[in-house]
Ligand binder design. Structure first.
Ligand SMILES: NC(=O)c1ccc[n+]([C@@H]2O[C@H](COP(=O)([O-])OP(=O)(O)OC[C@H]3O[C@@H](n4cnc5c(N)ncnc54)[C@H](O)[C@@H]3O)[C@@H](O)[C@H]2O)c1
Length: 391
């Protein structure tokens, strides 16, 4: 591989692949050479969006992309249920891999990916972009400073106002494609809980329902053909968008999970997909204080307990910067994560996102799905195949 230039292939050119444009603008060490997607219309839209002067090789079959000698690294931006198969094949073809989260939809799929990375020695990087968001980096730094003491409790509430738009009009609405929204959406938050506390979940108990979406509508019904499209608050007037109240939908839209983490920390995590507002609200309670964020207000607060000593700290408020250079999505995390990927690939830097942690987020989500589908029974999280894999 040319050590100054990564020749990139993109597999999956749907909605999320739009970030590749900001990647290429952000870091000139990478050049796009190929793209694969079974949907020619998406390939064309991607090509137009990127607007690259040098043409890219296009294919409707990702196997063909992996056969190319002029591809050093691939970005896998396909539906969740395809990640493990494509990533393992890519690693075995000698490519470095950037794979979107969730890592896979089963723990076994994640372990196959880790094993392939170990066997081939190729970089496996999972796109947990929240690790690059300033608001969560701030929270992690505060915890690591020791100001709130030893963490004992974590409470996370995830209000998803875009639940219908993003998750119930297409493949996301089915268990067979995502296992559960505890992976598709929740893997971000579970990873944050693990990352900020430095502890993995050991056992969970969860309840969840399909409280709002799903229903009795025909599985083929599309919003654009629906006679109720003008009055339906979930109508998505885009080609191919299926009804969010169709019969086949089976992933819960309303769930709460208790997680017992290593060291006896108790975390609770709630996710609701029909909230009016979009907001992730996190609280960490330690022996010395409490930390909380508001994504909506761009604030992080720290309250400290009275110390009873000569060292008495003041409570603090942190304010998120209002703009970011480059201004890409997710508080600029989508740009920063790609730079970290290239640094890991070209300079051997240890990346902020970690594939073993990504596997553990899937493992907790899978345990949560099993628990809520069996009446809330306690389910042990599948441990890593080898304890030495832990970072
Ligand atoms: N990190 C984040 O913040 C974030 C945000 C959104 C999506 N994502 C992830 O990105 C991935 C893609 O999501 P999306 O919203 O773009 O979905 P999408 O449905 O808009 O796009 C998926 C694309 O993959 C293509 N595809 C399907 N099967 C394929 C295959 N076998 N080989 C190649 N291409 C295939 C589809 O034709 C489509 O173009 C998901 O895993 C999702 O979790 C991550």
């Amino acid at each position: 591989m040319n050590s100054y230039l990564v020749r990139l292939g993109v597999i999956g050119t749907g909605r999320r692949a739009a970030m590749v444009k900001s990647w290429l603008q952000a870091d000139k060490r990478a050049r796009l050479v190929a793209a694969a997607d079974p949907n020619p219309a998406n390939l064309k839209r991607f090509r137009d969006l990127i607007g690259q002067e040098v043409p890219i090789a296009e294919s409707t079959d990702w196997h063909e992309l992996l056969e190319r000698d002029d591809v050093d690294a691939v970005a896998i931006i396909t539906p969740d249920f395809t990640h493990d198969e494509i990533a393992v094949a890519a690693l075995q073809a000698g490519k470095a891999v950037y794979c979107e989260k969730p890592m896979a939809i089963t723990v076994e799929g994640c372990d196959r990916m880790l094993e392939a990375a170990q066997e081939t020695g190729k970089l496996l990087f999972i796109g947990h972009n929240m690790r690059y968001m300033p608001i969560f980096q701030t929270m992690k730094e505060i915890v690591e400073s020791g100001v709130i003491g030893e963490i004992k409790a974590v409470w996370v509430r995830h209000f998803v106002s875009w639940g219908g738009y993003y998750y119930y009009h297409d493949w996301h609405g089915l268990r067979r494609n995502i296992t559960s929204l505890l992976l598709q959406k929740g893997s971000h938050d579970i990873d944050m809980i693990h990352w900020i506390t430095g502890r993995y979940g050991e056992k969970v108990a969860a309840f969840g329902n399909l409280s709002y979406f799903g229903g009795d509508r025909d599985n083929q019904l599309q919003c654009l053909d629906c006679p109720e499209q003008r009055s339906c608050r979930e109508a998505k007037l885009e080609p191919g968008a299926l009804c969010a109240f169709r019969q086949e939908i089976d992933v819960e839209d309303n769930m709460s999970m208790l997680i017992q983490l290593e060291g006896g920390i108790i975390a609770n995590y709630s996710e609701c997909h029909f909230a009016p507002d979009y907001h992730r609200n996190y609280t960490f309670i330690g022996t010395e204080g409490r930390l909380e964020n508001s994504e909506l207000e761009g604030k992080v607060w720290v309250w400290t307990r009275r110390s009873g000593t000569y060292r008495e700290l003041t409570d603090r408020t942190y304010t998120l910067k209002s703009s970011f250079p480059g201004g890409t999505s997710h508080q600029d995390a989508d740009r920063l994560i790609f730079i970290d990927f290239l640094d890991a690939l070209l300079e051997g830097k240890k990346p902020v996102a970690d594939p073993v942690d990504a596997r553990m987020a899937v493992a907790v989500g899978c345990a949560g799905a099993e628990s809520m589908r069996s009446g809330g029974k306690v389910v042990n999280v599948q441990p890593l195949p080898l304890p030495s894999m832990r970072r």
